[in-house]
Design a protein around this ligand. Structure first.
Ligand code: FDA
Length: 309
């Protein structure tokens, strides 16, 4: 892991910086490259613009490690309201939640009740909910929760992180559920005993799992979303899809708002399913630091905003 990346990931976990940084105007200006605004309405407007390009969206309200049950319940209610707005506007838009935002750190039962309420509302509106994957210490709890809710509801999917050494085995254990899986590289700071430290190993793991998911998609045993901006991996997934004769319309790619827009449009124009994850909300600090860590060159962009250019 590069020094800059690990410094940025460390900073993402600093409470003091989380309180101080969002007050600076240059930070607020810089973050707007990665989100259309702090309000749900900003995100909904951005989603409408993507609809014209045949690109769907996924919404997530920023916030994690909520430490009070009322706040966790409020997050669930917010998402239930957001699902209603999505349906009213007839947007092709799903929702992605973090379990720690729904109370996982405080009470598993309360978190499950919140998740179920959101998933049930989505089911009634014919929509689907994704569960983000957070730090490695939360993987067991996240997968348990996914399994329990998936037992009653098909409209829930979970994210798996290719950088974790355990993910291959996790996928095998989930396959009997015919799961919906969003495959990412992984965005947190993890020790080498838990996650591959070298990019080449992470990429190899990503490709291996992506191939298993494509095969399962072809058999109708999984719904797979390849969430990556990596051009080499995208090309290899495309090649594998052609080789396995998975129709393009069944191969889904997902990217983050503001990153590689050209590739998003190109894939959609070529017949692949594409979704853009749009984040909104005021609690953007740790999330923004993880975006900087993914591409330390982004720090220059922040500095340009500091210089007022
Ligand atoms: P990689 O980091 O190798 O980047 C490949 C190329 O993409 C770079 O060379 C650059 O061109 C571009 N790029 C990538 N990140 C960029 C950035 N921040 N700014 C500018 N350019 C950038 N993680 C997690 O742990 N749990 C989760 O639930 C999710 N959920 C999720 C959903 C979706 C839809 C996406 C796209 C991503 C996530 N992630 C995530 C984040 C994921 O783990 C990962 O950190 C990022 O996607 C960056 O990894 P890439 O696969 O893009 O490759």
């Amino acid at each position: 892991m590069s020094v800059v990346r690990s410094l940025l990931l460390k900073a993402s976990e600093s409470r003091r910086m989380r309180e101080a940084f969002p007050k600076y105007a240059f930070m607020r200006r810089a973050v707007m490259r990665f989100m259309p605004g702090e309000d749900l309405e900003d995100a909904l407007r951005a989603g409408q613009a993507f609809a014209g390009q045949n690109i769907g969206v996924i919404y997530t309200r920023l916030g994690e490690n909520v430490l009070d049950l009322d706040a966790a319940r409020e997050v669930a209610e917010h998402y239930i309201g957001a699902l209603g707005r999505i349906a009213d506007m007839q947007l092709d838009a799903q929702v992605s939640v973090k379990l720690t935002q729904l109370g996982l750190d405080i009470s598993k039962d309360a978190c499950e009740a919140n998740l179920r309420a959101v998933v049930e509302r989505a089911a009634a509106l014919n929509n689907m909910i994704w569960i983000d994957m957070e730090q490695s210490a939360l993987v067991d709890a996240t997968l348990d929760m996914f399994r329990r809710v998936r037992a009653q509801h098909e409209n829930v999917g979970v994210c798996l992180q290719a950088y974790l050494r355990r993910t291959d085995a996790d996928l095998a254990s989930l396959m009997p559920l015919r799961p919906a899986i969003r495959l990412v590289k992984g965005a947190y700071m993890e020790p080498p005993a838990v996650a591959f430290p070298d990019k080449s190993d992470v990429d190899a793991s990503y490709l291996k799992i992506a191939l298993q998911l494509l095969e399962a998609t072809r058999r109708g045993d999984a719904l797979a979303v390849m969430a990556t901006h990596d051009p080499a991996l995208i090309q290899r997934v495309r090649d594998a899809g052609e080789r396995l004769q998975v129709p393009r319309g069944e191969v889904e790619f997902a990217m983050l708002y503001g990153i590689r827009r050209d590739e998003q449009q190109r894939l959609a124009a070529e017949g692949y399913r594409v979704r853009v994850l749009i984040s909104y909300g005021t609690h953007w600090y740790p999330w923004f630091m993880r975006r900087l860590a993914e591409r330390p060159a982004n720090v220059l962009f922040v500095l340009k905003n500091l210089a007022g250019r």
